[in-house]
Ligand binder design. Structure first.
Ligand code: AMP
Length: 282
């Protein structure tokens, strides 16, 4: 296992690996790794010669009122989990390594970035797209792995790779969940025991709606209503958005058809959680 802190060293190492014809899988993360990240790393390890995990809490994707300072940083444990899951290299640069002094170039994303997460967190996806472009440039992967857990982000990255003609194959890995259905997230660690129990309602609401769709319900408004009601039952919960959207465009749908994504974002106490489910409407 090699821990790399410098952007220059990372780029040189990636260059050497590519020259030797290695297949490189990259898994970009913000650290505080859990089994959700583990699944991405294992997927990458099964399809590549070398797996690079990047650990970087990206200030550019946090808003002024977001939890950038509160975000957990656990590099020592991250190195262990990454290694146990099959990673060979951890790239954990400081902010100054990624954003040189005087930095002023960003990647602007179109309409898809303005909805849902983008509307609640202005500038978030510009920050994500910018750092992903930089990390892909520094690590030169042949394959890149992102989680369905952040479904909108995964679509935006997939789009970015296509739009900028980046020579890397995109992979989306299914969401890993706790036994009660809560999507694993680094932010779950900041939930109190009571909040932790309430947080499961987000997945229960999505799951309930998916069941009703499979039973024949096609009216989005009724389904959204049901999901909102279930999440709101938890005393500490505050809904940000609940939506049913076309799985490709993320535009809302009212009569369900084709492939749809059920999206939810809610505050449980001071912690903002997101989740989604994809459903094929037959
Ligand atoms: P993060 O460290 O939260 O920025 O996440 C890094 C990558 O791991 C992103 O592509 C996430 O979508 C993915 N990820 C986070 N949580 C999960 C999960 N529970 N299951 C699958 N992938 C996840």
């Amino acid at each position: 296992m090699t821990l790399i802190r410098s952007a220059k060293r990372m780029a040189a190492m990636a260059h050497r690996l590519r020259q030797r014809g290695k297949r490189i899988g990259v898994v970009p993360t913000m650290g505080a790794l859990h089994e959700g990240h583990g699944a991405l790393i294992r997927a990458a390890a099964s399809q590549n010669d070398v797996v690079i995990v990047t650990v970087f809490v990206n200030p550019l994707q946090f808003g002024p009122h977001d939890d950038f300072r509160r975000y957990p940083r656990t590099l020592r444990r991250d190195v262990q989990l990454a290694r146990a899951s099959g990673a060979k290299i951890i790239f954990a640069p400081g902010v100054g390594q990624i954003y040189p002094k005087g930095f002023q170039t960003t990647v602007r994303v179109g309409a898809m970035a303005r909805r849902w997460e983008g509307s609640s967190r202005p500038g978030h996806f510009e920050g994500v797209a910018t750092v992903v472009a930089i990390l892909l440039e520094l690590t030169r992967p042949t394959h890149a792995y992102f989680g369905q857990k952040d479904y909108q982000q995964s679509l935006i990255v997939e789009r970015l790779i296509r739009d900028l003609h980046l020579p890397v194959r995109f992979h989306r890995v299914p969401t890993v969940r706790e036994p009660d259905g809560l999507a694993m997230s680094s932010r779950n660690a900041s939930l109190s025991p009571v909040e932790r129990r309430q947080a499961a309602s987000i997945h229960q609401a999505l799951n309930g709606a998916a069941r009703r769709i499979r039973a024949g319900e096609r009216d989005a408004a009724r389904l959204i209503d049901g999901m909102r009601r279930l999440i709101s039952e938890a005393p500490g919960a505050r809904i940000d958005y609940v939506a049913i959207v076309d799985a490709k465009t993320l535009e809302p749908v009212w009569r369900l058809r084709g492939r749809v994504a059920l999206l939810a974002a809610a505050w449980i106490g001071r912690t903002r959680l997101i989740d989604n489910l994809l459903v094929d409407v037959s």
